[in-house]
Design a protein around this ligand. Sequence first.
Ligand SMILES: Nc1ncnc2c1ncn2[C@@H]1O[C@H](COP(=O)(O)OP(=O)(O)OP(=O)(O)O)[C@@H](O)[C@H]1O
Length: 344
Amino acid sequence: MTSQPSSAAVQVQGLSKSYAVHDKEPGFVGSVKAFVNRKTRQVEAVRGVSFELAPGEIVGFLGPNGAGKTTTLKILSGLLHPSGGSARVAGFEPRRRERAFLKTITLVMGQKQQLMWDLPALDSFLINQAVYEIPDQQYRATMAEFTEVLGLEGILKKQVRKLSLGERMKCELAAALLHRPKVLFLDEPTIGLDVNMQEAVRAFVREYNERHGATVMLTSHYMADVTALAQRVLVIDAGQLVFDGDLHALTERGSGGKTIRLQLRRPATSDELAAFGQVVSSDGLSAELTVPRGEVSERAARLLSGLDVADLTVEDPPIETVMAELFGARSAPASAHPAPEAAL
Ligand SMILES: Nc1ncnc2c1ncn2[C@@H]1O[C@H](COP(=O)(O)OP(=O)(O)OP(=O)(O)O)[C@@H](O)[C@H]1O
């Protein structure tokens, strides 16, 4: 199928991918049965997904476990061939994995590493310089930039196996972006990192996006990554795109209420506050209430006239709450330190 020329950085039309899966019962008997009578079924991981990303856009790609996020990113990076539909990235057809295409993109998978374990990261960088044919001057400039933004000083010459998880992830990112790709596919780039390191990775991605005008498609269990970096989100569920729009519009979809935060000049008890909404927290002079979405102005007006209010703000519910509502049991709220397997 030929695609229309487009200025989009990523253009996906009716993309599908199914995997052939051979089920096997456990144990020796299961192995024999599978050998004699091999049963194959198709898993439709991605089903008719279409979207476009503009150059320079950062987009969050969300969905519960097994929704098809990694499969989509692998297709867009040319690691998997789609079963149907089409994809174009920076004008290239990913499945052809042309040299110019590979120099234009990067895929970072937080769960996988590309750095060589027994060597210092600097050695892996030099290999990438050769593989991507990065001119010396550009290599030095990029290294200087990354060393400054990521704080790599002092860790580049250490054996990778001796680095902390956070230090290693910084080096992984530097290695993956050394060739200055224009399109970044980031699959869980902050997984397992502590809060400070997550913030460092976010700052790096933001800075890279601003300096180089790169397009970024990002999956993360940590909603803070998405809210900090992306205005637009794509939500995929069971292989199908169920939402494409801005974060705010996604939170509007939730049936939950809005949050009113209060600062009071004179303390109010929880019982007094309960007359205005559901009390989430209160410590006398500050409080957080949940109020029904359609009654925000009326409740706020009552609060202002009924209590001695110094400050009042209205906020959308946290994105974690909305995702939990959308995906129920398949969705675990993203805390600061979820278990690595926890998903949206
Ligand atoms: N190589 C494979 N062979 C067979 N099935 C696969 C393979 N890779 C993925 N799948 C299945 O395809 C579906 C989508 O998987 P995928 O890894 O794309 O989801 P995901 O959204 O990235 O999930 P997670 O958030 O858990 O990483 C799942 O049902 C998964 O079991």
